[in-house]
Design a protein. Sequence first.
Length: 388
Amino acid sequence: STALFGPCIIIQEQTTHAALTGHTDMPPIMSTDETISEHSTPPTSDDGWSDEEIETMLGTAILVGIATLIIYYMYVILRPLFNPKQNAGGAAVGAGGGRARNNNNNNIAIDAARRQRQPTQAAFAAGARAPTRAAVGGGADATASLPSSVASGKRRPPHLAHSCSGGPSGSRYLIEGLIPFKRSLAGSYESSKNATVSQEGDDVVTANRKSRARLLARLLNPALTGAQAKTPPARGSNVIVCIPSADVGCPKLQQALYLLGTYFNLFLVLTLSTKDNAGGAAGVGESDKEKELLDDLRAQLRGNGNEAHNDNGVPIAVLPDHRIVAARTVEAKVAFVRQMHRPEFVLDCDAEMKTQLERFGFMVLLYGPGDEKRSSDGVSLLGRTLMA
């Protein structure tokens, strides 16, 4: 109301003042627009955007654009490269019908693989030979068959005890890749023999126990082997014995290995000389000759296959064939020992073996006087040292 009637009040006051004072020079009357503008609210700002608001909007737009590019790059370009299902057809996912084409290619590849497996499955069911990967590539395994491969996976280790199940389930008995002594045939071999073998009427177990006690006493004699321990290793421990290949026919050596093999988890390394050579037929490969040589040495160690008595060879149940290996150099023997799971001791006649293995923490016992490495008078060094 003041804004509307204010001019009238001002004019009335000016007229009354002129009449009382006699002055006629009245001040100029303000217009209604000016009066209204003085009593109205002043403008707070202009109608344009401030610099801060413009900078904020531009920054937000830039960030949104960068995030959009990153998402596009990750899900449209990179994702097909790491998705095998989309790449199985050999085509990248493109715009429009790219995904549909890729799915079609996948279905074609699956159908082709299914058709390829059908003859293989039929051959397997019929027991016929089926091509393997090596056969497809032209490898030496071209004559292998799927049934034989499956059968080899179910193979029972020859030295596994009869009370243990073989095949894949037998792997639960392994300790560091080896069948332990108590799970092997050697662990119960002596107890299966009940014959009387001595004049005192001792059975096999008692007679062998006495012989083994004398053997271990000589084995731990510092004057004979340089041993520092006074007590023998526990029954079933892993031990490695290295002998010259020329000594395999010695009866005392065979008896010593029998006594060790029925108490320890025994591994035998035959040291071949440079003169050792298998005759073999003409045209036979070098590997075949070495295999024939090793088979012949194993046969000599068995003592003509007689397993009835410990004086006639080392039975295969006590020392399986795969635990008899051959080597020509010290480096080869060192490599074999280092692959074993921490044997309790290594028994050898070569001082170089002691030097090489003691660096890695192995205990090496040396038998034989001085640098002598071969037998004399038909008695092996190991037989003379342990069974004298």
